[in-house]
Design a protein around this ligand. Structure first.
Ligand code: NAD
Ligand code: AKB
Length: 314
């Protein structure tokens, strides 16, 4: 039986990942942690306050609960990181190296997500290969590429069982997104239900990779349980389900809400970040090495997002 410590567990991914892991491995075997304390993750199983920049605290909690796995989610996302780049470096890189050190010292399996943000304007934009040019132009991207390399280093140098994916923009209805460039793709559904209209801060024709949260969570479980001898890449597997621009979301929403209106008021900061990211990445290495396959396309996800948000707002 696994015993897992999750950092940043109250965020968009952690809020759903912890529940899923508790269903799979038992509530008492999944320890949520964050710098704040609220909601279901705290109430439904063990929870500890951990600031990931405090390596001693991270070590003590991991040792106290005798965990065998760390899933390290605590980070600042792209738009927030661009507002405060030094803080992003301290949390994203400082937190990651601390978590890797704890994994090395206690011999733990390790997962952390990279992002499509690890690519930059000189990366091939369409069918972005698994192994390609990575010269990102954001602090978030610099952190993500450095993090990918650091995880590879801890695996090769110290034998830590590090694994990871490059997530696209994640779409979900449980917890709100935490300050990313792709957040519009969540907001558009809430606004569709509330106002039958949305003003997008990302411009028309801007394609980015996206994925519905259930596929993102299945990918973590599948990768962590994969036979290590089959993994050539280990960290930073490209995975994607959907490549879409704002007007594609609008079209999918209009199948359920015909009067839905989309307008634009482009935010130059987030637009610049989006323009530096791929249009669509190639997930074939993940499919080949550990069987990644997304279940949700844009239409299937849209139907479920609108249903779930309607239920929540009633
Ligand atoms: P989020 O912003 O929703 O949540 C991050 C959590 O980290 C928050 O609950 C926050 O309180 C916590 N946190 C912040 N500073 C902390 C600190 N010093 N110590 C401990 N906790 C701290 O983020 P998310 O969307 O859940 O993302 C989790 C990971 O997945 C990040 O590494 C992110 O880069 C990556 N990722 C997310 C997406 C996405 O679309 N959500 C896409 C690609 C990659
Ligand atoms: C962001 O937009 O910052 C995240 C990501 C794709 O990493 N959603």
């Amino acid at each position: 039986m696994k015993k897992i410590l999750v950092t940043g567990a109250l965020g968009q991914i952690g809020s759903e990942l912890v529940s899923k892991l508790r269903e799979l491995y038992g509530s008492s075997n999944v320890i949520g942690s964050d710098i704040r304390k609220e909601g279901d993750v705290v109430e439904q199983g063990p929870f500890e306050i951990i600031d990931v920049t405090d390596e001693k605290r991270l070590y003590e909690v991991a040792k106290e609960y005798k965990v065998d796995t760390v899933m390290h989610l605590a980070a600042l996302l792209s738009a927030t990181a661009e507002k405060n780049p030094k803080l992003a470096w301290d949390i994203n890189m400082g937190g990651l190296v601390n978590a890797l050190e704890v994994a090395r010292e206690l011999d733990l399996q390790f997962f952390t997500p990279s992002s499509i943000g690890a690519f930059g304007p000189t990366t091939p934009k369409d069918g972005t290969p698994q192994d390609t040019l990575q010269r990102p132009t954001t602090m978030y991207g610099v952190n993500k590429v450095s993090g990918e390399l650091l995880c590879d280093y801890y695996c090769q140098r110290f034998g830590v069982d590090t694994r990871g994916v490059r997530y696209p923009g994640l779409i979900s209805y449980v917890a709100p997104p935490g300050g990313g460039t792709t957040d519009y793709a969540v907001e558009i559904y809430y606004e569709a239900i509330k106002n039958k209209a949305y003003t997008s801060y990302i411009g028309e024709g801007t394609y980015m990779d996206m994925m519905y949260m259930p596929d993102a969570l299945n990918a973590i479980v599948q990768l962590m349980e994969a036979d290590p001898s089959k993994l050539e890449h280990r960290n930073a597997f490209n995975i994607s389900a959907i490549s879409a621009a704002p007007e594609d979301f609008a079209k999918a929403i209009r199948k359920h809400i015909p009067e839905f209106e989309l307008s634009y008021d482009v935010d130059p900061v987030r637009q610049k970040i989006a323009d530096s990211w791929p249009n669509s990445i190639d997930s074939s290495a993940a499919a080949k090495e550990w069987g990644f396959k997304a279940e949700y396309d844009l239409d299937k996800m849209t139907k479920e997002m609108l249903e779930k948000i309607s239920e929540k707002s009633n």
